[in-house]
Design a binder for this molecule. Sequence first.
Ligand code: AMP
Length: 189
Amino acid sequence: MKLLIMGPPGVGKGTQAKKIIEYFNIVHISTGSLLRDEIRKNSNIGVVASSFIDKGRLVPDKTLLSMVKKRLSETDCDNGYILDGFPRTIDQASGLEKILEKMGHNLDFAISLYAEKDELVSRLIKRGNDSGRSDDNIKIIIERQKIYWEQTAPILDFYKKKNILNNINGLGKINIVTKRILKVVEKNA
Ligand code: AMP
């Protein structure tokens, strides 16, 4: 099972990805988490990444593509994985295609979670009270929403054309949203 989950910041990608990996016993690859690990290690990637993340901007495609390529080549990915928060640009989506092709992998589903912008902003403001994330503050939250619609939403069409896109309502209780996702995935599996 190889999936990706996308949607605007705050829609619950990470929360749902955690439920899905438990259900299918696959690996969770969150590029946001990988980048935050690099920042904690104070690595070269981390130093560059924090300058973008703190402004709510996207980290350059080249960095993301080499990070994901390396992660996908690790043996725990052989059983399947869910990509969370990647790809986020058209260049990342086409770069991922090339990586997967070389590895002989095929994406089974792209899940796109959607919700109202106002709901997302208020969720992120609430999350910011506990998350300790440098990018969960109102100015950056709004910037991240804008960037999603400008740079990431266009890739929905990319996966629609491949016939693997599933739009799923991300509003509601966590377990209800998980059920919506599993219903779609199992129906098409
Ligand atoms: P997330 O945890 O997915 O909300 O990501 C947090 C931040 O990490 C984003 O706002 C971006 O600055 C950066 N980031 C995560 N994934 C990507 C990606 N695929 N491309 C570029 N930047 C990313």
